[in-house]
Design a protein around this ligand. Structure first.
Ligand SMILES: [Mn+2]
Length: 314
């Protein structure tokens, strides 16, 4: 079957590189390292093939733990996260250089330090859509928990001052006018200040309620990609979805996106033709109340990925 419709301007040949990242070092709850295998066992590769993508052999990264990893200020496991995300950045950059679409499956959202670094190293004019219940923009100073999965965006923007040595390799590629959030509903006080100070496009669930998801995506793209030319990196935390649809995740927050709203975001970004990379993060099969809630979460993850990769309803 030939799939009609979307042309991916930066991936016209529809070659995808799945990058499996069984990594949990950016937060405290075990099990998120099992996310990639569950997503792959759900048949994601075959699903992408049915959307006319050619699948490169999946790259499964391994993340050796350092012998010693003392806190860096408040930050927990800085050596582990720093070296692991560097590995991810190199892998994502290599995938793009090879002409493949990097589809990174986490693992916790600290991995995006790597995915975004890798993408922006190859596409300096890219923009980033961060779909999440949380802003993940705490600095090493503002973080209440010390868990680095709550900090990746601050590293990517160069807001960490001083920058911990483990993240000295991260270049501040991400400019405030190239970042938009959708789905926010649990933002720390320090993060609110950062969002305001840098005038970052942040669409919370309040905006989704007020304008509807169609208008929100339109407004977000107007902010970060006004001329429609920038490549788009989509980083999607499964906790953006309401726990009703995606309960098996480390930091669920009620009042989130419906499955259709999340799918719509991905469909609309795919329709631009500008998608250049995607992350699907924070599926934690160990945290579902039962097999059914784990399965629902993994199925939702596969659904949003398919929508980003060209699946349409009609
Ligand atoms: Mn996140």
């Amino acid at each position: 079957m030939t799939v009609q419709g979307i042309t991916y301007k930066f991936h016209k040949n529809r070659n995808v590189q799945i990058i499996s990242c069984p990594f949990s070092g950016g937060q405290a709850r075990g099990g998120v390292e099992l996310g990639p295998d569950h997503v792959l066992e759900h048949g994601l590769e075959k699903q992408l093939e049915s959307l006319d993508w050619t699948i490169a052999p999946t790259k499964s990264l391994s993340f050796p733990e350092p012998a010693s990893d003392p806190d860096e200020g408040k930050l927990k496991r800085p050596n582990f996260v720093g070296s692991s995300t560097k590995n991810v950045a190199d892998t994502v950059a290599a995938a793009l250089k090879a002409g493949t679409f990097p589809l990174t499956i986490g693992g916790d959202h600290s991995l995006a330090i790597g995915t975004v670094s890798g993408v922006f190293s190859q596409h300096a004019d890219a923009c980033l859509l961060w779909i999440d219940a949380h802003a993940d923009i705490n600095t090493p100073q503002s973080t209440p928990s010390g868990n680095i999965h709550g900090c990746p965006v601050s590293f990517l923007m160069g807001l960490a001052e001083p920058c911990p040595p483990q993240f000295a390799w991260v270049k501040p590629y991400l400019k405030s006018n190239k970042l938009a959030y959708i789905g926010l509903r649990d933002v720390d006080p320090g993060e609110r200040e950062i969002l305001r100070k840098h005038n970052i496009a942040a669409f919370s669930m309040h905006h989704v309620d007020k304008y509807g998801i169609g208008k929100v995506v339109e407004l977000a793209l107007e902010r970060v990609n006004p001329d429609g030319k920038s490549p788009i990196h989509l980083s999607l935390d499964i906790d953006a979805l309401d726990p009703e649809h995606a309960p098996a995740t480390g930091t669920p927050v009620r009042g989130g996106l419906s499955l259709r709203e999340a799918c719509y975001i991905c469909e609309a970004l795919a329709e631009t033709g500008n998608l250049v990379a995607m992350d699907i993060m924070e599926c934690n099969p160990a945290l579902g109340a039962d097999a059914q809630s784990v399965n629902a979460t993994i199925a939702a993850a596969c659904s949003v990925v398919r929508c980003a990769m060209g699946e349409t309803l009609l």
